[in-house]
Write a protein that binds this ligand. Structure first.
Ligand code: SAM
Length: 229
């Protein structure tokens, strides 16, 4: 069985996908999907040998070596062109996820859906999707073991969810357009924490060290925190 975070991820993988799970570590996502008959072909990519070996062991354990290919390599470089129809990248920072997608753009030809789970900096992922011709079709946020995780789902298409108003769009990119509307408990927890953390950090700085960018962020967080009361 999967933890809450990865369960939410697998729930977004379409039936019958050829899934590439990049940074797969133990290959829990591809193994779950194959075991439950949701996909019959998957690739588990890993840049590091230790996690790649963990993936190989897990795939062997469930007897799925004929269905799940474990490959060693950086990001989407492990894929052939037009091979995967769905890509998941989970448990990394948003800027790493963005750079993996950007570097592997030529492998996205047949990809119908991206399921991305940034641990931090989700706005980098939303910005990449928006700039790269993807629509954010859904978002989820889950709390597990006192940590909060966002899951972003992208599909090719032209985006209409974001506001024309630049200030509103900034908020949507930072907090997530769906999450900002729904504001589930995990969302409130995450952003209250971020706001408190930033208050603390700014409180520790001398006023000369406080950059306008940080102060602007603090104003944004404070506004959101007030709305969530
Ligand atoms: N995806 C799993 C999950 O969500 O539970 C594992 C997350 S683990 C924290 C991140 C994994 O990404 C590590 O195993 C690391 O080796 C791998 N990784 C980091 N950068 C990568 C890259 N450029 N290409 C492939 N794998 C990468």
């Amino acid at each position: 069985t999967l933890d809450r975070r990865l369960k939410q991820v697998v729930d977004f993988i379409p039936h019958g996908s050829v899934l590439a799970d990049i940074g797969s570590d133990h290959a829990y996502v591809p193994c779950y999907l194959v075991q439950n008959g949701i996909v019959d072909r998957a690739i588990a990519g890993e840049v590091n040998r230790g996690p790649m070996e963990a993936a190989e062991a897990q795939v062997a354990l469930i007897g799925a070596t004929d269905k799940i290919d474990v490959r060693l390599g950086d990001g989407l470089a492990v894929l052939n062109e037009d091979e995967a129809t769905c890509i998941s990248i989970c448990g990394m920072g948003g800027s790493l996820i963005r750079s993996i997608l950007e570097a592997g753009k030529n492998k996205l030809g047949a990809v119908e859906r991206l399921v991305l789970q940034p641990n931090v900096d989700g706005e980098h992922v939303r910005e990449w999707l928006l700039a790269s011709g993807y629509v954010l079709i859904d978002e989820q946020i889950v709390e597990e073991n006192d940590k909060v995780y966002e899951i972003l789902v992208g599909e090719r298409g032209s985006e209409t969810r974001y506001s024309q108003n630049e200030d509103v769009r900034k908020w949507q990119l930072l907090f997530g357009p769906y999450l900002l509307e729904r504001r589930p408990d995990a969302f409130k927890l995450k952003w209250r924490r971020e706001a408190d953390k930033l208050d603390y950090v700014l409180g520790q700085m001398r006023s000369g060290e406080q950059t306008e960018a940080l102060l602007e962020k603090q104003r944004t967080f404070t506004l959101l925190r007030d709305k969530m009361r």
